[in-house]
Structures are given as structure tokens and as C-alpha cells.
Design a protein around this ligand. Structure first.
Ligand code: NDP
Length: 253
């Protein structure tokens, strides 16, 4: 897969932590640093640290990082137009930025949390895909990796809105995959079970006891487990698309 990844330009949203951060590292490891990474998130200082660390480990790697809130929909097109020349021809888009805000019964969910989840997990994901697609269509190639979730297959109490967003992502991704069937553009939906990242702390709004309980007495997935699968999926031969992958920790029912 190192050969298939060589010189690829890979854009990762939500690259300052968790699965996005691990995916940046995994692309470097799988290509011996022979990739060009575009890393986006709201916390610029985290991206800066990650870029420095990646370059230390993989001196060849090219990294461009920027502070970008994916919910600032109008900023995406100017950002793409203003990329340094060698990063402009994106090959892989990893639509990873996402969140669950709260574990509440339907009547208790704050409107701002409903909007926050739909804005990030659905509207921003669709917007980013729409803005990057012309780049892929122009060269008739490219991979769109969608971070879905088991919550896009099953629903659970307290997860109504988050589950609704990930079901939306799944529907959108599947439809897009069919729309692009006569092209060399692939749509890949990776749907993880429990992965131990900052996600749980955000879901429980900083309540570390509740956040930690999710992983108690289990061996969860770690961010690098999902990163490996993303890199695997995007380094298959062109005739193969890993269209949907449900990835559980071995101990999860
Ligand atoms: P983390 O909370 O660890 O990381 C989320 C990343 O998204 C951070 O880098 C954060 O950066 C970024 N982000 C959040 N909001 C925005 C925004 N508005 N604009 C730009 N970047 C943003 O979560 P995970 O790594 O666990 O999750 C990644 C994806 O995987 C999500 O889509 C999630 O729904 C999905 N997933 C996670 C599971 C899990 O158990 N962890 C299970 C199934 C799916 P910053 O704060 O700096 O902006």
C-alpha cells in the first residue's frame, strides 16, 4: 500500500485529536512519510504540535494545517482555493469531524445541542463533500471517507439526535456512492463502535466519571485501530471499494 499512497494529498477534518490525529500518523507510517497532509480543526495549537511531531518522525512528510471550523460553511471554498499549490489536488477527503453533545432524553435535549450535532455531523459533512467533489470530478479519481458510527446502524436511549445524524450520514454516503458509480471516485463509510477518545468526555459534557464508565471492564477500540482501517480502505486497488465497514471492539455485543 505504500506505493498506492505515494504522494497522495489527504485532507482530514477534525485532525487535532482522536481518530483524525491517529489517521494522520497512520498515513505517514503506511507511506514512510511520502504523503501530503492537510490537517484541519478549531484548535490550532494542537495541529501545530501534531505537525511538528509528524515531521520529526517522518522528515519527508509535507503537512499543511489550518484552523477551520467545519460549521463555517462559507469558509470552505476560499480555504480550498487558497491552499498552497502542491496541496490543491486533493486525493482523499476524510470527513471525520463530529460529535455527540449530551446523553439526554428527547424532551431534555437543548436546541443548541440538536443544532450543534446536525451542523457538524451532517451539514458540514455534506458541505465539505460538495466543495471537494469538483476537484475529484476534474481528475476522475478520489476517495471520500465518511466517519459514520454504529449509531448510524442502531439507536439507543439518550442518543436520539446523535443516532439521527449518523443515520443521515449513512444515507447520504450510500446515495453518493451510487451517484458516482460510473466514476473512479469512491465513497467509503467506516462505522466504529466504542473508541476511546475525547469523544466520550464531550458526549458527557466533561463529566469524567460518566465518560470513563463507557469503557469500564471492556477493551475499547483505540483511535489507531480505526486509522488502520481508513488507510487500508483507501489503499485498495481501484476496482475495490470498501463501501461500508462496521468496526466493533471484539468484546462489544
Ligand atoms: P474526538 O472528540 O476525539 O475528536 C473530534 C475531532 O473533531 C477533534 O479533532 C475536534 O477538533 C474536531 N472537531 C469537532 N468539531 C469541529 C468543528 N466544528 N470544526 C472542525 N473540527 C471539529 O472524537 P473521535 O476521534 O472519537 O471522533 C471522530 C469521528 O468518529 C466523529 O465523527 C465521531 O462521531 C465518530 N465516531 C466516534 C466514536 C467513538 O466512540 N469515539 C464511535 C463512532 C464514531 P477541535 O476541537 O480542535 O475542533
Amino acid at each position: 500500500s505504500a506505493e498506492r499512497l505515494a504522494n497522495k494529498v489527504i485532507l482530514i477534518t477534525g485532525a487535532s485529536a482522536g481518530i483524525g490525529q491517529a489517521t494522520a500518523l497512520e498515513y505517514c507510517a503506511a507511506s514512510n512519510g511520502n504523503v501530503k497532509l492537510i490537517l484541519l480543526a478549531r484548535r490550532l495549537e494542537k495541529l501545530e504540535e501534531i505537525a511538528t511531531e509528524l515531521k520529526k518522525q517522518y522528515p519527508n512528510v509535507k503537512v499543511h494545517y489550518e484552523k477551520l471550523d467545519v460549521c463555517d460553511y462559507d469558509k470552505v471554498e476560499p480555504f480550498l482555493n487558497n491552499l498552497p499549490e502542491e496541496f490543491k489536488s486533493i486525493d482523499i477527503l476524510v470527513n471525520n469531524a463530529g460529535k455527540a453533545l449530551g446523553v439526554d432524553k428527547v424532551g431534555d435535549i437543548a436546541q443548541e445541542d440538536v443544532e450543534g450535532m446536525f451542523a457538524t455531523n451532517v451539514l458540514a459533512m455534506i458541505n465539505f463533500t460538495q466543495k471537494v467533489l469538483p476537484i475529484f470530478k476534474k481528475k476522475n479519481s478520489g476517495d471520500i471517507v465518511q466517519l459514520g458510527s454504529m449509531a448510524g446502524r442502531y439507536s439507543y436511549t439518550g442518543g436520539s439526535v446523535y443516532c439521527a445524524t449518523k443515520h443521515s450520514l449513512r444515507a447520504f454516503s450510500d446515495s453518493l456512492r451510487m451517484e458516482l458509480i460510473d466514476t473512479n471516485i469512491r465513497v467509503i463509510e467506516i462505522a466504529p463502535g466504542n473508541v476511546e477518545t475525547e469523544f466520550s468526555m464531550i458526549r458527557y459534557k466533561g463529566n469524567s466519571a460518566a465518560a470513563g464508565k463507557v469503557y469500564e471492564n471492556t477493551t475499547p477500540l483505540y483511535a489507531d485501530d480505526i486509522a488502520e482501517i481508513i488507510v487500508y480502505a483507501t489503499s485498495r486497488k481501484q476496482n475495490t471499494v470498501l463501501a461500508q465497514a462496521l468496526v466493533f471492539p471484539s468484546c462489544q455485543a
